[in-house]
Design a protein around this ligand. Structure first.
Ligand code: TXA
Ligand code: MG
Length: 343
């Protein structure tokens, strides 16, 4: 399949909308990461997304909408099925990098939700994403536009690196501003729970809804929670609420190791580790975001991909302070390192 490179022009967005309506796959920019879009109401189109990504089919997709009016048909009970807390967070953070979990209506195929009775919905703020979804006139299922297990793409070239020849088209837009995926918030139980942390932090959500927001306990990042995707027994007995968390994620070809030492010890620790690798003929790189979580979020995935292109064997990353956005970025760093931390 020849993958079309499309621009953000009106004509190209029209064409992309038509491809989506006809069951095709189009990658497009959002404020978080590039998404790989398909008609969320068409089980066959959604199946093609799983295939293009090499993604396990029990990992549900986020359905993207352009207008609040599109929500009713996707949620069980329609607009009235949306609780007060959900309405408050939607009012505060939509359009934007926040995904909410709702009981699904019968219009949403099982293929889209990986067989779950709930559906994840988000309204992106990126202008191109908004125009594309409006133009398509259908809700768009869109996981990150990477081969499953690799870092999410935050530039159009990173999308092509994984998807060229596998999908119908890519909208060649800007680099993503946020750089990590949306916060996934579950309001379906008695306490609000973040299933995937993002730039909309628990603190920000708490302020709006006036209650404490919790993290799903699978986010704490201890090695016992990583499960080998080949280990079928372990996989079937491990049931985190957000099924995406059980698979290896964000891993470049290079081995990633996190370094959590005092600032004053960092340089010495790294030169010692690099020396050991040099003796084995291995090439290593260092990512140090100087505790700037915003910069780290924006650049982490792109940096991992760039260092792979430069054929590094090992990537050392200096850990971040785990408060606010730092917690969200550390969640991605921990996964990309397979929870390997040098202390
Ligand atoms: O920022 C984003 O959310 C990007 C852009 C493209 O919008 N999309 C994205 O999609 O990150 P994906 O498929 O890579 O990640 C979706 C996450 C997974 O962890 C999945 O398990 C979770 O959302 N999820 C989806 N539906 C769910 C549901 N019904 N219940 C719980 N978790 C769900
Ligand atoms: Mg993803």
């Amino acid at each position: 399949m020849q993958t079309k490179r499309l621009s953000e022009s009106e004509g190209d967005i029209k064409l992309a909308g038509e491809i989506l309506r006809n069951g095709g796959l189009v990658a497009f920019p959002t404020e978080t990461v590039y998404g790989l879009g398909a008609n969320a109401l068409d089980a066959e189109a959604v199946g093609a997304v799983y295939k293009a990504k090499g993604r396990p089919s029990d990992n549900p997709m986020i359905v993207h909408i352009a207008d609040i009016g599109d929500l009713g048909s996707l949620v069980r009970g329609g607009r009235d099925g949306i609780g007060r807390t959900a309405a408050q967070v939607m009012e505060a953070f939509w359009p934007g990098p926040l995904t909410l979990i709702f009981p699904k209506s019968s219009a949403v195929p099982d293929a889209t939700t990986g067989g779950l009775e709930t559906v994840a919905i988000r309204m992106p703020s990126n202008d191109t994403a908004h125009r594309l979804i409006s133009e398509a006139g259908i809700p768009i299922a869109a996981p990150s536009a990477n081969i499953s297990g690799k870092p999410s793409p935050t530039t159009s070239n990173d999308v092509l690196e994984d998807m060229d020849g596998r999908i119908d088209a890519v909208i060649m837009g800007e680099n993503c501003e946020v750089g990590i995926e949306s916060t996934v918030l579950d309001l379906s139980s008695d306490r609000p729970v973040i299933l995937r942390p993002g730039v909309i932090t628990s603190e920000l959500i708490s302020e709006i809804i006036g209650q404490e927001v919790f993290y799903d306990d699978t986010l704490l990042g201890t090695p016992g929670q990583m499960i080998d995707p080949q280990d079928q027994d372990a996989l079937s007995s491990f049931k985190p609420k957000s099924p995406g968390v059980k698979y290896t994620h964000y891993a470049p070809k290079a081995k990633v190791r996190l370094i959590e030492v005092r600032e004053s010890d960092f340089t010495e620790k790294v030169s010692q580790l690099e020396q050991e690798l040099r003796e084995q003929g291995l090439k290593s790189a260092i990512l140090n975001y100087n505790d700037n979580a915003k910069q780290a979020a924006k650049n982490l995935f792109a940096d991992l991909r760039e260092l792979d292109r430069q054929k590094y064997d090992v990537i050392f990353i200096k850990t971040l302070d785990k408060s606010g956005l730092g917690f969200s970025v550390m969640n991605r760093m921990l996964k990309s390192a397979g929870y390997d931390i040098i202390r």
